[in-house]
Design a protein around this ligand. Sequence first.
Ligand code: NDP
Length: 516
Amino acid sequence: MITEFKNEVLVDFGNTENKKKMEAAIAKLESESSREYPIIIGGEKITAPQKIRSINPSNKKEVVGVAQKGTVELANKAVDAALKAFETWKHTPAPDRADYIFKIAKLMRDRKYELSATMVLEIGKSWVEADADVAEAIDFCEFYAREAIRYSGEQPIVQWPGEKNELVYLPLGVGAVLPPWNFPLAILTGMTTAAMVTGNTVVLKPASDTPIIAAKFMEIVMDAGVPAGIINFVTGSGSDVGETLVKHPKIRFITFTGSKEVGLHIAEEAGKAHQGQIWIKRIIVEMGGKDAIIVDEEADIDSAVEGVAISAFGFQGQKCSACSRAIVSEKIYDSFLEKLTARVKKITVGPTTNPSNYMGPVSSQSAFDKIMGYIETGKKEGRLVFGGEATAGDGLFIQPTIFADVSPTARIAQEEIFGPVLAVIKAKDFNDALRIANGTQYGLTGGVYTKNPQKIEKARREFFVGNLYFNRKCTGALVGVQPFGGFNMSGTDSKAGGRDYLLLFLQGKSICQKLT
Ligand code: NDP
């Protein structure tokens, strides 16, 4: 008996027992730093001569675990294994396929603290952010399992006299799954389970900064008894393994979440027909954002300050949904800025093994260098009112940084920085604010703080984003509640966690039989 979908309840770390469990999980993982995690192809565990050492960004001297550096040959072998498995998996009834991901959800619940601890160490998530990532992964499994069953049932169709007409959904084939490092469990789980529960088989290549949490997902897949070859797991670089998959003639679809640059490159490559290819590759490409929160003069300013601070600096601003522009009415600009600065001063930055640190490190040395470069640009383009510095030492810590008086066309107001840097922009009035908010290439999330119903109505019509929020933060979309995906250069608006999502992994077949 399948119950109605409900979002996973978050862990209360204020509870002493829960806190102890988390501390124990972190300590255990710290003691396993030399552990190696294999590539898995067709159920076979494979080690490669070259390794990826996953580094703790809170302390660059600390290794979290060792993954394999996959090669072009292994990527090709994984596609062969997935092709073979597809021949039987495509005929497996949807409820049976769904059972596997219900099992994956259960096993994730059982290993919740271990999974959260892995993201604390491997990518610098705070305990709360890591737990939310695990909860979202569980939600994706629970939601897509139910959806797969729904799509396998009878579809509403108009009947014609003398005929029996039906519409059935078939899987596509072998897919390449290319997730980012910033939601290294949730997005990876969502894209992978959506693909396989609909009857496809996949090659999963996780982001190079987060192979260990991905390997733990694979352990769970194996423990859940998912048959060999359905999910093939190849750690390795985007340029070798990823690129090979994208160009492979037997890859039928690509599901990618990541940067605009790589996303556009994939879209271009996927459009080419290679020798032996008999289809147009389907692509699901979700990319970056330059998300804005509008703060109107008719808003609850304290609540807007809180919403902007959390949306801009939660997980160090490394969410595609993060607020990187606060667009503030000139009537309240100075007081908003003063209050925001006072609020952001209270943000604690440091290793996230300590739960009292709200912000942890940024993801990698290259991300650190890029963000610090943008901070230098920001010093020329705006007025630095808070932060701007990095902390010396072995961790990649950058202070929450606020630039005021930024022009809407400045680079720091147009380009995705993907770090803890907020541009505050002054607007003449609400129309001006909306014009500025819509004035980038992106269109992922947006927020508006106002009590005025006419302004809310106007923003509902005119604020061109895939996920719009009123009088709350613009991050933290929930599976089933706020289907997620953006417009314009933010991607293909796939609406992950929504009722349309699984259709992207299916093709409809119309069947008509004449009745005698
Ligand atoms: P990247 O684009 O760098 O990488 C994403 C994935 O693609 C990784 O697995 C990467 O592998 C792989 N990849 C890189 N190059 C290639 C290639 N040539 N061919 C095939 N695969 C390749 O993104 P990040 O991991 O840095 O993620 C951050 C970005 O993701 C931000 O822009 C953020 O806004 C966006 N994002 C968007 C979301 C949305 O829903 N719209 C949600 C979350 C993040 P490797 O790591 O080995 O390079």
